[in-house]
Design a binder for this molecule. Structure first.
Ligand code: NDP
Ligand code: 2IT
Length: 448
């Protein structure tokens, strides 16, 4: 069999079926390219149509979300849930509320989620959802009415054994609370395990809030350790200033590094003394303001709306904002400044051109589906606690998260070594290791 031609055919069919889904095409190309050495060893996966089935979601939902704003005006958004693959468990993945959300973006996120979730080794399938609703500047009442309307359609597709959403961009504890309340009201069931990312106190897990950021730093720590380095004394740049960014900063500081810059969609701030995390949390989580407010409150900090956060010299970069934020020029600047490692806290923040620059320069690169898997892994821990009606301590839960991240790192290396002869090719390692787990389950479950 001509494996390359077969993979190209699968990819062309993806493009034909979903023209305009640029981000999904990008994610699919990357994974499919990695699978060549796997199909050479396992031609049976081609025979049973695993690839053709993997790239086609099991179910895609799109629905109208009408709601009334504070001025009494009717607003209409679009809701999405892509239930991509349930070979390993119920569909699992976050909800994103951001004006840029469209089907192509939800499909890319859902597709990545399949392999990420498989890498955790836990019983979770892949899915993703969201809406083009923009929570910025909306009152709590507006956000609540939107969430209630969104759940009024989505609830019929969910269930602790069917589909279990969580947060993503624009969806945090506040939104999960409103969504859960409406699910409970409609179904008359206190089904804790139907949503994760709930606040601790009524079903949420310790460490879920921190998990993605912490996990990304654990993953980067392992990559650095492979070359005899650590975070201690290192200059670090983090993009974004949301959930993932904040807790990545917290963990870098705990490990002796200094995060000197972070950003939001309005620009970036530099604080050579290290980001004051209490102030950042106050500005972003409590006041829900722009990062410029941080710079105004701290004399050592400066804010810039020109250039990017990657113009700031650093030894480790953790992109934690959004897809395709690290462009070729950013990667070139990072390499010029001597960056040692880049780990993706966000989903697909580095463009393929940026990844190529890192590869050529020998920079350690941890792709999102491995590096940011700590969030969904801790969601799976939340599901475990909900199912057994128990709550674990912060320390116990964090220890489990750290074990999962170290396990993913080791598995990526071993798989990359086996299939490509280079343990540091984390892109190959994560794609192949995730694929092997899903493919084995799909093959065993027949053509479904
Ligand atoms: P938040 O909504 O908490 O924060 C998002 C941050 O990214 C904000 O600082 C935001 O800036 C910035 N951002 C978002 N969109 C853009 C954009 N188009 N251009 C520039 N900046 C942007 O989201 P999270 O921290 O939860 O998510 C960040 C990333 O991590 C996403 O890629 C998400 O998919 C990924 N992720 C999240 C997980 C989780 O558990 N939450 C798990 C794994 C991955 P602004 O406020 O100005 O919009
Ligand atoms: O991208 C992701 O992994 C998430 N947004 C978290 C998903 C989850 O179900 O916890």
């Amino acid at each position: 069999m001509d494996v390359s031609a077969y993979i190209e055919d699968v990819y062309q069919e993806v493009r034909r079926r979903g023209p305009g889904e640029a981000e999904f095409h990008q994610a699919a190309t990357e994974v499919l390219t990695s699978l060549r050495p796997v199909l050479e060893r396992h031609p049976e996966y081609a025979g049973s149509g695993i690839l053709e089935r993997l790239v086609e979601p099991e179910r895609q939902l799109m629905f109208r979300v009408p709601w009334v704003d504070d001025a009494g005006r009717v607003r209409v958004n679009r809701g999405f849930r892509v239930e991509f693959n349930s070979a390993l468990g119920p569909y699992k993945g976050g909800l994103r509320f951001h004006p840029s959300v469209n089907l192509g973006i939800v499909k890319f996120l859902g597709f990545e989620q399949i392999f990420k979730n498989a890498l955790t080794g836990m019983a979770i399938g892949g899915g993703k959802g969201g809406s083009d609703f923009d929570p910025k500047g909306r009152s709590d009442g507006e956000v609540m009415r939107f969430c209630q309307s969104f759940m009024t359609e989505l609830y019929r597709h969910l269930g602790e054994h069917t589909d279990v959403p969580a947060g993503d961009i624009g969806v945090g504890a506040r939104e999960i609370g409103f969504l859960f309340g409406q699910y409970k009201r409609i179904t008359n069931r206190y089904e804790s395990g139907v949503l994760t990312g709930k606040p601790v106190g009524w079903g949420g897990s310790n460490v879920r809030t921190e998990a993605t950021g912490y996990g990304t730093v654990y993953f980067a720590e392992e990559m650095l350790a492979g070359r005899g380095h650590s975070f201690d004394g290192r200059r670090v740049v983090v993009s974004g200033s949301g959930n993932v960014a904040v807790y990545a900063i917290e963990k870098v500081h705990a490990l002796g590094g200094t995060v000197v810059a972070c950003s939001d969609s309005s620009g970036y701030l530099v604080d050579e003394d290290g980001i004051d995390l209490a102030l950042l949390k106050e500005v972003k989580e409590v006041r829900r303001e722009r990062i410029q407010a941080y710079a105004e409150a701290r004399p050592t900090a400066r804010f810039s709306s020109r250039g990017t956060v990657y113009d700031v010299p650093c030894e480790v970069a953790l992109p934690c904002a959004t897809q395709n934020e690290v462009r070729r020029d950013d990667a070139v600047a990072l390499v010029k400044h001597g960056v040692l490692a880049v780990a993706e806290g966000a989903n697909m923040p580095c463009t393929p051109e940026a990844v190529e620059v890192f590869r050529e320069a020998g920079v350690l690169f941890g792709p999102g589906k491995a590096a940011n898997a700590g969030g969904v892994a801790t969601s799976a821990l939340e599901m475990q606690q909900n199912a057994s009606r128990t709550t674990w301590s912060f320390a116990d839960t964090e220890a489990k998260l750290a074990t999962v991240m170290r396990g993913i790192h080791a598995e990526c290396r071993a798989t990359a070594e086996t299939y490509g002869g280079n343990a540091e090719d984390y892109v190959l390692g994560s794609n192949v290791a995730g694929f092997l787990r899903v493919a084995a389950a799909m093959a065993a479950q027949g053509v479904v």
